[in-house]
Design a protein around this ligand. Structure first.
Ligand SMILES: NC(=O)c1ccc[n+]([C@@H]2O[C@H](COP(=O)([O-])OP(=O)(O)OC[C@H]3O[C@@H](n4cnc5c(N)ncnc54)[C@H](O)[C@@H]3O)[C@@H](O)[C@H]2O)c1
Length: 326
């Protein structure tokens, strides 16, 4: 297959590019390097079936350049987005522009080319839905925008899903929606705009205090990057579900079954790294969900998907990567 991976130089995107190439596909990474890194593509560069298009995924000419390099496009894996919690609060305007316009551009392009679309949504698309585990079709619940702007991201993913479902229903699009739950692993950014697992590990590496947001009683199910990639690849390759279900229009929650509090995560990170950092509490971001777990039965039956990497092993691999200083 000829696959365009938007956001291909990012954390998930670069792993997806590697996995697709290993499976014999022709791959073009499209990224503007807002948060993606050249080094993330070192494992792909130089391979005969790998191409790079640099630019903004909201622009038609950039999508066309990726298509041209591939010699046509069969699948668009749309991962380009502004991700990282701090951006949601500080630059809601940018998050909304890129995430919504990017999904609209990817959706329109897939429709015009008759290509399959895999849209990477997020559990944040459910907003502050308190009922757990989240089902594929749980309702989205968003508080007043006057309180905070965190849901610029979650709401952009929700509207992205609306655009995709509209394309499926009214414009003949074949599209699947994948929602990774707290993916982590090598290449996850650990700077101020990064995500919690890498932030904690980086704090350990620098022997700085591990900063819990609030008391750290919020819980999450962290999913190793390799497992998330398996789901994205299956959603790209399969014509129909392994249970013979229709994949177009289906959405899949992709989550490990291991629910831990953020304090427990910090303690495990200390064990894995052997660091003597202390754990401290700081003010968190408003709108942080208290608990987030998922029902993954749809992914199990339709995609044959199961999480395979437990949290300790995944943290060990991520710690190993960080220590290499990449
Ligand atoms: N990491 C997670 O836990 C997680 C969970 C749920 C959903 N997702 C979604 O998966 C996708 C990938 O996430 P990630 O964690 O790899 O984040 P990431 O920030 O590493 O990857 C996103 C990539 O998109 C690129 N990008 C941003 N704006 C762009 C633009 N206008 N044009 C082209 N490229 C642009 C960035 O440079 C980056 O390389 C995102 O859509 C994200 O919302 C991630």
């Amino acid at each position: 297959m000829r696959v365009m991976v938007t956001g291909g130089a990012g954390f998930l995107g670069s792993h997806v590019c590697e996995a697709l190439l290993a499976r014999g596909h022709r791959v073009c990474s499209l990224d503007d390097f807002f948060r993606g890194k050249r080094v993330n593509l070192d494992g792909c560069r130089g391979m005969p079936d790998f191409f790079v298009a640099r630019g903004d995924c909201t622009e038609l000419k950039v999508l066309e350049s990726a298509e041209q390099q591939l010699g046509g496009v069969d699948v668009i894996l749309h991962l380009a987005a502004i991700n990282g919690t701090r951006w949601f609060q500080e630059r809601p305007d940018l998050v909304i522009r890129v995430n919504i316009d990017g999904t609209r551009a990817a959706t329109d392009f897939a429709i015009s080319r008759g290509a399959r679309l895999v849209f990477t949504s997020s559990p944040e698309a459910f907003g502050e839905q308190p009922q757990m585990p989240l089902q594929e079709d749980s309702d989205s619940v968003f508080p007043s925008a006057r309180q905070h702007q965190r849901h610029s991201y979650g709401a952009s993913k929700y509207l992205g899903e609306v655009l995709v479902q509209h394309g499926i229903r009214d414009q003949g699009l074949d599209a699947r929606i994948v929602r990774p739950f707290n993916a982590y692993g090598p290449r996850l950014p650990g700077d101020d705009y990064g995500q919690v697992v890498s932030i904690f590990l980086t704090q350990c590496l620098k022997e700085r205090p591990i900063t819990l947001h609030g008391d750290g009683s919020q819980s999450r199910s962290f999913t190793y990057v390799g497992d998330v990639v398996e789901a994205l690849v299956a959603a790209s390759e399969l014509d129909e579900g392994l249970d013979e279900s229709r994949l177009s229009g289906a959405s899949f929650n992709i989550s490990s079954a291991e629910e831990v509090t953020i304090r427990e995560l910090a303690e495990l990170v200390l064990e894995v790294s052997g660091s003597s950092s202390e754990i401290v509490s700081v003010k968190g971001h408003p709108g942080d969900s208290v608990r987030r777990t998922a029902d993954v039965s749809a992914a199990e039956s339709a995609l044959g998907w199961k999480p395979t990497v437990d949290l300790r092993s995944g943290l060990e691999r991520t710690w190993g990567w960080l220590q290499e200083g990449v």
